[in-house]
Design a protein around this ligand. Sequence first.
Ligand SMILES: CC(C)(COP(=O)(O)OP(=O)(O)OC[C@H]1O[C@@H](n2cnc3c(N)ncnc32)[C@H](O)[C@@H]1OP(=O)(O)O)[C@@H](O)C(=O)NCCC(=O)NCCS
Length: 168
Amino acid sequence: MSDLKFEIRAETSDDQELIENLHARAFGPGRFTRTAYRLREGVSPVTSLCHTGWLDGALVASIRLTRVKIENSVGLLLGPIVVDPEFASQGFGLKLVNEAVEASCKDGFSWIILVGDAPYYEKAGFEKAAPGTIKFPGPVDPDRVMVLALQEGGLTGVEGLLSPVRDE
Ligand SMILES: CC(C)(COP(=O)(O)OP(=O)(O)OC[C@H]1O[C@@H](n2cnc3c(N)ncnc32)[C@H](O)[C@@H]1OP(=O)(O)O)[C@@H](O)C(=O)NCCC(=O)NCCS
């Protein structure tokens, strides 16, 4: 367990290289072929919602969110989230998820979707999407599709094909 204080900051343009290095270490080259990666391709993350985690002046964690839509409903795709393996299982990942959820809610978004391990994201209030309701534009294990409504009724009637919201 680290005695250092974990500090969450808004992501800045200076962090890009450090974050990319962390992604390369945690995900490896396979990350470029994932459906979630392809959905984010050519789309800028929502800067105000992206955060970094720091320990003693070192960037050790990052979370990003990207605008997506399901048919006509605009929401957010959470990811990638990454914590330096050296500092795993100290609660930093969940702190980042909770921060991102709070910021997204404040910004007025209605829902967040992600592809990930249910037992982990359930800790942050996500639940498995009802089978067959959301289609991805590529292969995704349906058992790993998790959603969170940020406003009351935020996911009501939200069904269909997930697609990126490209930068204007
Ligand atoms: C997944 C990841 C972000 C978790 O970050 P972390 O800081 O290690 O996680 P936390 O410390 O917040 O975890 C809190 C709890 O969740 C558990 N947990 C962590 N990863 C889990 C997983 N994949 N499935 C289920 N539980 C998990 C921890 O054991 C811990 O449990 P505890 O509170 O009972 O001890 C981190 O392991 C990581 O960067 N992995 C590689 C990249 C990746 O797979 N990212 C997710 C897909 S984009």
